[in-house]
Design a protein around this ligand. Structure first.
Ligand SMILES: *Cc1c(COP(=O)(O)O)cnc(C)c1O
Length: 341
C-alpha cells in the first residue's frame, strides 16, 4: 500500500468511482469507426442536445478536440488569434503549426482572457502582406489565469465581432462547466456564442479518458475524418463513453464543492507568512504566489514530503487544483500541513 497523500497537481488525476466503473462495465458497445457503438452515440446525442448544437464527437483528449477544431477552421498560412498562454498554443506540442500549418497571433489579456477591443486590433485586413485571420479561440475557465472566468458580456461582444468579420469562434472549454457554475449563464445560450466547443470529461468531471467536440452537423462530419487521420478512431469506445455519460449526469452539479474547497485553501494560505498573495480563486484552481520566488521547488518538495502534491505554475508560483477525489478528510489533513510549512 502506498503512503497516504493528497493530490492537488491537477483535476485530471481523479479515478473512476465504483458507480462509474459499474456503468462502464455494463456498457453496450460496438465498432465506433462504423458508427455502431450505441453508448458513444448516446453520449454524442446527449452532449449535442445539452449544448444546443447539431452534433458532437467523442475524442481521446482535449488536445485532440482542440486540434481537430483548429484543423477544420484554419487553412495552412492562416492565423489563429488566441491568448499568449492559451492551452492550444502553450500546451499542445506546437500542434497548430504541425497539424494545421497556421500561424498564431498571441494576445495578452488579464488572467488568460481576451477582450473584443484587443482582438479587433489584430484581425488582419485583406492585404497580400498579412496572414488571413481564420479563427479566434478563447479558453473558459482560463487555466493560466488560475481558473479565471469570462464575463459573458465580453464573450457576447467577441462573438458579435467574430460574426461581423465572418471568422469562426472556438472555445477551449476544458473546464466549461466550472465556468458555467460561476457565471450562471444558461448552457445553450452560452454555447450559442461559439461555432465549436471542446469539453473535457476527464478533468473536474472525473471520467478516466475523453473529450467532446460540439458544433454543426457538417463540422462534426469533417471532425470525424480529421479524428481518424490523427489516429483517434476508436473501436469499442463505449466503455469510455459510459464513464463520460456518468460524469455528465452526476458530476456537473457538484462542481461548486470544488470551488468552495479551493477558496477554503486560499484563505489558509493567505494566513502564512511565506505567502505573498494568490491569484484570487474563482473556480477550482488556486495559484499561490510565494515571497521567495527562487524557493518554489523547495516548497513543492516540502509539500511532497508532507504528503501533499502540488505543482509548479511559473516563477515563484505553485498551483493547487481541487477535484472530486479530494475528501473533507483530505482537506483537514492538507490544512494542517499548510500550517506546518
Ligand atoms: C487539460 C486542458 C486541455 C486538454 O488536455 P488533454 O490532457 O489533452 O485532455 C485543454 N485545454 C485546457 C485549458 C486544459 O486545461
Amino acid at each position: 500500500m502506498d503512503r497516504y497523500f493528497v493530490d492537488f497537481r491537477s483535476d485530471t488525476v481523479t479515478k473512476p468511482s465504483i458507480e462509474m466503473r459499474d456503468a462502464m462495465f455494463r456498457a453496450f458497445v460496438g465498432d465506433d469507426v462504423y458508427g455502431e457503438d450505441p453508448t458513444v452515440n448516446e453520449l454524442q446525442e446527449y452532449a449535442a442536445q445539452l449544448f444546443g448544437k447539431e452534433a458532437a464527437l467523442f475524442c481521446t483528449s482535449g488536445t485532440q478536440t482542440n486540434q481537430i477544431a483548429i484543423n477544420i477552421h484554419v487553412k495552412p498560412g492562416g492565423e489563429v488569434i488566441c491568448h499568449e498562454e492559451s492551452h492550444i498554443y502553450k500546451y499542445e506540442g506546437g500542434g497548430i503549426a504541425k497539424n494545421s500549418g497556421a500561424s498564431v497571433r498571441l494576445l495578452q489579456g488579464s488572467r488568460g482572457r481576451l477582450t473584443a477591443s484587443e482582438i479587433e486590433k489584430w484581425i488582419m485586413p485583406d492585404d497580400v502582406h498579412f496572414p488571413v485571420t481564420q479563427l479566434i479561440s478563447l479558453e473558459d475557465t482560463a487555466n493560466r489565469g488560475g481558473g479565471a472566468v469570462y464575463d459573458f458580456q465580453e464573450i457576447e461582444a467577441i462573438a458579435h465581432l467574430a460574426k461581423s468579420k465572418n471568422i469562426p469562434l472556438h472555445l477551449d472549454g476544458a473546464r466549461i462547466f466550472n465556468a458555467l457554475a460561476v457565471n450562471g449563464v444558461e448552457i445553450k445560450r452560452y454555447a450559442a456564442a461559439f461555432d465549436s466547443i471542446s469539453i473535457c470529461l476527464s478533468k473536474g468531471l472525473g471520467a478516466p479518458v475523453g473529450s467532446l467536440l460540439v458544433g454543426t452537423k457538417e463540422f462534426i462530419h469533417q471532425a470525424r475524418r480529421v479524428r481518424k487521420v490523427m489516429g483517434g478512431g476508436m473501436r469499442q469506445a463505449g466503455f469510455l463513453a459510459a464513464a463520460g455519460m456518468f460524469a455528465l449526469k452526476n458530476h456537473v452539479s457538484r462542481l461548486p464543492e470544488d470551488h468552495d474547497k479551493a477558496k477554503q485553501l486560499e484563505s489558509v494560505f493567505l494566513t502564512c507568512d511565506w505567502v505573498e498573495s494568490t491569484l484570487p480563486v474563482e473556480t477550482n484552481i488556486l495559484v499561490v504566489i510565494l515571497k521567495e520566488e527562487l524557493k518554489r521547488d523547495h516548497y513543492i518538495q516540502k509539500f511532497g514530503e508532507l504528503g501533499v502534491k502540488v505543482s509548479a505554475f511559473g516563477p515563484g508560483m505553485i498551483r493547487l487544483v481541487t477535484h472530486l477525489d479530494i475528501s473533507s478528510e483530505d482537506m483537514v489533513y492538507t490544512i494542517e500541513q499548510v500550517k506546518k510549512i
